[in-house]
Write a protein that binds this ligand. Structure first.
Ligand SMILES: *Cc1c(COP(=O)(O)O)cnc(C)c1O
Length: 413
C-alpha cells in the first residue's frame, strides 16, 4: 500500500456532474431563454421518459419522494382513521407520508437476509386483525383503525417479495403503494405474470425520489409517482397543483408539490445514463463479493434473491462490532454510512405509538450491525480493493479478540 493513501468517499456526486456539465448547463440556459420554470415541455418529456423506463403508463413529476408517497396514498383514498402497513427499517419519509395522509402507520418486521418486509409476519398481522364479516373492513386491534394499504419498501435497491405481498393484498382487499425511492430500475421476476417487472410497475402506484444521492438524482429536490391507473395519475396531477382541474377551479384541497422544470430537464439528461449506471453498481457489488472471497466468517454480505435484480442504491454489510469497523475505516480515509441506525418504532418522534425494544427484533438486531460501504457508478477497482482489504483486516483483528459474533453463529450452522 502506498504511503500517500487516497481516501475513498462514501459517495461521489462531483464527478458525474462534471462529466455532464455541458448538457446540464444547456438545460439551464434553455429554461432562462424561455422562462419556463414551472410545468411545460421539460416536465412533460421527463414524465414520458420515466414512465417508459419504469414500464408504466403514467408518471407524474413531483417536488420530492415524500410528496410522491403522500400524494399516492391520498389519491388511493387513504385518509383519516385508516391504518397503513409498512416496515420499521426504512427512511422516516415512508411513515411521515402515511401519517400526513391522515393514517396510522403499522409496522411489520423484516427478513434478515434481504432487509425487506417479512411476508409471513405480514400474514400473521393480517390474521390478527378484527373482521366481523368476510367482506367487512379489517380493523387493527389496538387502534381500531381500518387497515387499507401496504407500503412495501424496496430497500437498498432490492425489490420486496411483490408476488406474495400482492397475493395477500388481494385476499384482504388492500391497496399496495410501492416505496421505490431507492430502487430506480430494480427488477423482480413475477411467477404470477411469468416475466420480469420493474420497480414501480407492480403496485397500484409507486413513489420515487430524485434526491441527489439516489440512483437517479436531480440537482436539488424532486420525486415522481408511477402508475398504470389513469384516475390515480389525474388525481395526483390535481393534488400537486392546489387541487386545480383548471386554473383557479379547485376540485379538492391540494398542495404545492410540482416538479420544478429545470430539475425535470436535468433528470432527462441523467435518465439516459441510468441503465448503464445501474449495470456499474451491480458490477461493483459482484466485485465486492469476489474480493471478500471466503473472508466472510465475521461479516454478512448482501443477499440477492434469485427472483430479484437489485440496483444497489446502497451496499450494506453486517458485522457484530459495527462501530469499531466504522471508526477504523474512517481512520483509513474510507467513507461509510448507516441506513438506518435507529429503527422507526424507537425514534423519539414516535414515542406516542407506544412501541418498546423487542417489538421488531430483526430490525433492531440489524440496525446495530449494518454498515453501508462506498457505492456509486464511478467507484474504481483499486478503491474497492482498499475497502475490502481494510474491512477484512479489521474484522480479522476483532475476531481474534472476541469469539462470539455473527460469524460464530453462522459457522455453527
Ligand atoms: C429518499 C427516500 C424517501 C424520500 O424521498 P425524498 O425525495 O427525500 O422526499 C422515501 N423513502 C425512502 C425509502 C427513501 O430512501
Amino acid at each position: 500500500m502506498s504511503n500517500n493513501i487516497k481516501s475513498v468517499p462514501f459517495l461521489d456526486l462531483v464527478t458525474p456532474h462534471a462529466e455532464l456539465r455541458s448538457e446540464l448547463t444547456a438545460v439551464f440556459r434553455e429554461a432562462l431563454r424561455t422562462a419556463g420554470f414551472v410545468g411545460g415541455p421539460m416536465v412533460e418529456s421527463f414524465e414520458r421518459e420515466f414512465a417508459k423506463f419504469c414500464e408504466t403508463q403514467y408518471c407524474v413529476g413531483l417536488g420530492s419522494g415524500t410528496d410522491a408517497l403522500r400524494f399516492a396514498l391520498i389519491a388511493a383514498g387513504i385518509g383519516n382513521g385508516d391504518a397503513v402497513i409498512t416496515v420499521p427499517n426504512t427512511f422516516i419519509a415512508t411513515t411521515e407520508a402515511i401519517a400526513q395522509a391522515g393514517a396510522y402507520p403499522v409496522f411489520v418486521d423484516i427478513v434478515e437476509r434481504t432487509y425487506n418486509m417479512d411476508v409471513a409476519k405480514l400474514q400473521a398481522y393480517l390474521e390478527s386483525c378484527e373482521s366481523h364479516s368476510a367482506s367487512g373492513p379489517l380493523r387493527d386491534r389496538k387502534t381500531q383503525a381500518i387497515v387499507k394499504a401496504i407500503v412495501p419498501v424496496h430497500l437498498y435497491g432490492q425489490m420486496a417479495d411483490m408476488d406474495a405481498i400482492l397475493a395477500l393484498a388481494e385476499r384482504y382487499n388492500l391497496i399496495v403503494i410501492e416505496d421505490a425511492c431507492q430502487a430506480h430500475g430494480a427488477e423482480y421476476f413475477s411467477q404470477k405474470e411469468n416475466c420480469w417487472k420493474k420497480a414501480g410497475s407492480m403496485g397500484l402506484a409507486a413513489a420515487f425520489s430524485f434526491y441527489p444521492g439516489k440512483n437517479l438524482g436531480a440537482c436539488g429536490e424532486a420525486g415522481a409517482v408511477t402508475t398504470n391507473d389513469e384516475k390515480i395519475a389525474t388525481t395526483i396531477k390535481m393534488i400537486r397543483d392546489h387541487g386545480q382541474s383548471r386554473k383557479y377551479y379547485h376540485d379538492l384541497v391540494g398542495y404545492n408539490g410540482r416538479l420544478d422544470s429545470i430539475q425535470a430537464g436535468f433528470l432527462s439528461v441523467k435518465l439516459k445514463h441510468l441503465a448503464e449506471w445501474n449495470i456499474k453498481r451491480r458490477a461493483h457489488a459482484a466485485k465486492y463479493r469476489e474480493l471478500f472471497g471466503a473472508n466472510t466468517e465475521n461479516c454478512v454480505l448482501p443477499y440477492e434473491l434469485p427472483s430479484t435484480r437489485p440496483v444497489y442504491h446502497l451496499y450494506v454489510i453486517r458485522t457484530a462490532d459495527r462501530e469499531g469497523l466504522r471508526i477504523s475505516l474512517a481512520e483509513s480515509g474510507i467513507g461509510t454510512a448507516i441506513h438506518y441506525p435507529v429503527p422507526l418504532h424507537l425514534q423519539t418522534a414516535y414515542v406516542s405509538m407506544g412501541h418498546k425494544h423487542g417489538d421488531f427484533p430483526v430490525t433492531e438486531k440489524v440496525a446495530s450491525e449494518i454498515l453501508s460501504l462506498p457505492m456509486y457508478p464511478g467507484l474504481q477497482h483499486d478503491e474497492q480493493v482498499r475497502v475490502v482489504a481494510n474491512v477484512i483486516e479489521e474484522i480479522g483483528i476483532r475476531r481474534s479478540s472476541q469469539s462470539v459474533g455473527v460469524g460464530a453463529r453462522e459457522q455453527a450452522v
